[in-house]
Design a protein around this ligand. Sequence first.
Ligand code: BEZ
Length: 213
Amino acid sequence: MATIRLGDDAPNFTAKSTEGNINFHEWLGDSWGVLFSHPADYTPVCTTELGTVAKYKPEFDKRNVKIVALSVDGLESHKGWVDDINETQNTSVNFPIIADEDRKVSELYDMIHPNASDKFTVRSVFVIGDDKKVKLIITYPASTGRNFEELLRVIDSLQLTAYHKVATPANWKNGEDVVISPAITNEQIPALFPKGHKEIKPYLRMTPQPNLD
Ligand code: BEZ
């Protein structure tokens, strides 16, 4: 197992999923991707998480992001559990769940942290860019359900950086001013940021969010 770091190529794999066999890179195509693991099927926190992701799917679609979940449980278990998720979370699971019984993908992506549990995956999240590079890694313990609003917020930030050469300040929310990347010279600013900018310090230059009307 190699350590995966930000900026690395996201390792490719093939795996069984509730929506058929997946070749990760082919499945991603030109989209961004979120690969996220959960500890086990038929567990309470995971049930709420997968139901929540199903409800947020249109938000991921809007951002050209495909979502795939993973645990080390098998396909039959996943399929039975999906019925429970749909029933209890009042939703319809609309993304694939990988059945990683042989732990091939979990090990490739370092999702098993033996001092937390040697049997189950932790709550890992990998955001993959449309260039197949790893853009974000977050790891939560089994006992803490993830905040998918935060995941969307980070994806918005990552896409602003990728497409508009800006960064986002602390606690930034969609619609608020953003930070002009230090690599941009003052001379380049008018062409790149026609909405104007404010120089608070030479290294701290703010501009209205560029992708809004
Ligand atoms: C859960 O999803 O509820 C859970 C899974 C493993 C350990 C603790 C909680």
